[in-house]
Design a protein around this ligand. Sequence first.
Ligand code: PMM
Length: 274
Amino acid sequence: MSRHEPPLVMGIVNVTPDSFSDGGRFLATDDAVAHGHRLLADGADILDIGGESTRPGATRPLVEDELARVVPVISELAAAGAVVSVDTMRAEVAEAAIAAGATIVNDVSGGLADPRILDITAAGGATYVVMHWRGHSDRMQQLASYDGPGGVVAAVRDELAERIDAARAAGIAEDRLVLDPGLGFSKTADHNWQLLAGLAELSHGLPVLVGASRKAFLGHLLSDAEGTPRPVAERESAHTALVALLAERGVWGLRVHDVRAATDALAVVRRLRS
Ligand code: PMM
């Protein structure tokens, strides 16, 4: 296992005013591009560029705003040789992103928000990340119930199966599909841990991407004696431990903010294995 072999590190470039951990920091094109270059220098294999915050309660940007945020950043970073993923739920944005050089469409809605995105991805020959999702951010936490047999793992497995079928039916090639359990999207902290423990049961034999970086369930895990969650900026050691454990479980990719911490952890895993 050498670099550029799984698990790949997908560095996050949020070009948004309101993402939960870094909203507003990289809203200007130049700042976002500079951030992308830093992540590449830190060892990112992929840059995931998004212009819509999906944190619980967020409102959606206008499509023109989303396009204006991501397309120039994608053009510059793809032209510089980066492997670029676009984090969008909109077909129109995916289409412009592919034209600008993105080769991965990371659709947190798994094709539910805008089904045409599947056709656009197929036509563009891009890789498609199918994430488990039940609804937009304004109501997603109301949809966090998994009462059927097998609980959250079985529900996510079965709901993802429908989305994979839709992606295949649209013509997305088998070797261009990646699954993501969607940590935090209509999930409680307990659901996230159950999904992480049950990744092998829900993967359908496809490559799996996991996005745990800085999320609230890590803050809850590390709550202080009064029950106050650990702040966003102080969750990295727990996340880095998770990166190493998930590498050992054979995930395909890790979507992270702190690329250096993740690549350091993977260097340890790789060295120990060799
Ligand atoms: N999480 C967020 C955004 N995009 N994409 C994938 N594939 N998986 C995720 O878990 C995911 C995502 C929300 O986190 P952010 O606001 O830090 O980007």
